[in-house]
Write a protein that binds this ligand. Structure first.
Ligand code: MG
Length: 407
């Protein structure tokens, strides 16, 4: 329990700290915000890729040949040797001679970060990434579907661990600043809730440096006026704060009082699509082979273009056919190889329609779906030990279609 400011003599009270705790918020307006922070992110990504690092002290380091290389991230075993992020490799090796040092893998962390945000996206589209391994999520509107803040946080932690092999610490609170603070309270793999009615007892005893935006120079300035804990800050007089820290001092005091109303601002994150489709209801029923062929080619063109825009290929093509009598059927076909070429997609789609449409049957509407998507180059050529005959042709056609997209 917070017992009041740590050094009363140096603090001028605006009022006593009990009244500062009674902040008039309208309960209805409480938001539920999560801050998700991956634990030792770079090291965890490397371990997910190389499980053999799990049982040895390991650090991801800048150039090791260079004695000035520094530790970028370390696993828990390395942390036990008191190895710190940003210390030199040389000094880390002195603390732990058997330390395994790993060079950062280009592209891996960005990819894992995308995958992590993709999981967050299943719970809310209000995601604000903060660096590569941290994101704020506003889940206020998601609770009816997925449970309360803690339940959502626990479910996210479990999915990230199972699907990506990395752990996250999540803070749950009614504003961004406390959610961020909450994610620092327990590591690794934990949910910490800072509720509006009990935040003072959790947050106020902590050192003021635990608060977002309080850097070393602010800590020094705070020390001169006897502010050591967040509770001290919450109770400090405004004029003293603005005298020592300017407007920032007052902003930080508001944070300490739980008055952070900044919003989770989604910053352009767009998840990779799980499938790409294009469909149309035509003005006239499609009756002839050439009508159908024209429509399917037209639809496949934009499907292929969107696949290429995301750098994806499909392994499956499906067609939804709606007939004049308004009955609908959906049929699909596996491809012999992944593709993002419109003529391959349309050829497959037409094949599906031909084998499912009876003589003289007309179509009212058609949708072409590209499904079972994989990254270009991830799953296609690399898996084959020797080149398939279509490989060369595919490469040429792909660059041709790409050129057409660019025009
Ligand atoms: Mg982190």
């Amino acid at each position: 329990m917070y017992m009041g400011p740590s050094d009363k003599s140096k603090i001028m009270y605006t009022s006593n700290f009990k009244s500062a705790q009674n902040i008039a918020f309208e309960p209805k307006k409480y938001r539920t915000i999560l801050h998700c922070d991956a634990n030792s992110f770079f090291a965890s990504c490397e371990t997910a890729l190389h499980p053999e690092y799990k049982n040895v002290p390991m650090a991801v380091c800048g150039s090791v040949e260079d004695r000035h290389g520094i530790v970028l991230a370390k696993n828990e075993l390395a942390a036990k040797y008191n190895i710190k992020t940003a210390e030199t490799v040389w000094s880390a090796k002195r603390k732990c001679p058997e330390l395994v040092t790993v060079r950062p893998t280009y592209g891996l962390y960005g990819e894992m970060s995308q995958k992590m945000n993709r999981i967050f996206y299943d719970y809310t589209d209000m995601i604000e990434p903060f660096g590569i391994d941290e994101s704020w999520l506003d889940v206020t509107g998601s609770q009816r579907l997925f449970g309360n803040g803690r339940e959502i946080a626990d479910s996210i932690r479990e999915r990230v661990k199972n699907e990506l092999g990395i752990t996250v610490s999540i803070g749950v609170s009614f504003n961004k600043v406390f959610a961020k603070l909450g994610s620092d309270l327990q590591k690794p793999n934990a949910t910490s809730v800072i509720p509006p009615d009990r935040f003072a007892s959790i947050v106020w005893p902590l050192p003021v440096s635990a608060l977002l935006f309080v850097g070393p120079s602010s800590v020094t300035a705070f020390e001169t006026i006897g502010v050591r804990t967040i509770g001290d800050l919450a109770c400090c007089a405004d004029d003293l704060l603005s005298q020592k820290l300017g407007k920032n001092g007052l902003m930080l005091k508001n944070f300490a009082l739980g008055r952070d109303f900044s919003e989770v601002t989604p910053s352009g994150y767009e998840p990779e699509p799980k499938s790409v489709s294009n469909g149309m209801t035509f003005k006239y029923d499609l009756e002839t082979e050439s009508d159908i062929s024209f429509a399917v080619t037209y639809l496949s063109l934009s499907v292929a273009e969107r696949l290429r825009k995301h750098g994806l290929c499909c392994n499956n093509v499906a067609v939804t056919m709606r007939r004049q009598d308004l009955t609908t059927s959906n049929r699909s076909a596996m491809l012999s190889h992944p593709t993002c070429l419109f003529h391959e997609i349309s050829k497959t789609a037409l094949g599906i329609i031909r084998s499912n449409l009876k003589q003289n049957e007309a179509l009212y509407s058609v949708t072409v779906h590209a499904e079972k998507l994989t990254r270009q180059g991830e799953n296609d050529f690399q898996q084959s030990l020797f080149p398939f005959p279509w490989e060369e042709k595919y490469k040429k056609l792909n660059s041709l279609e790409n050129a057409v997209d660019n025009i």
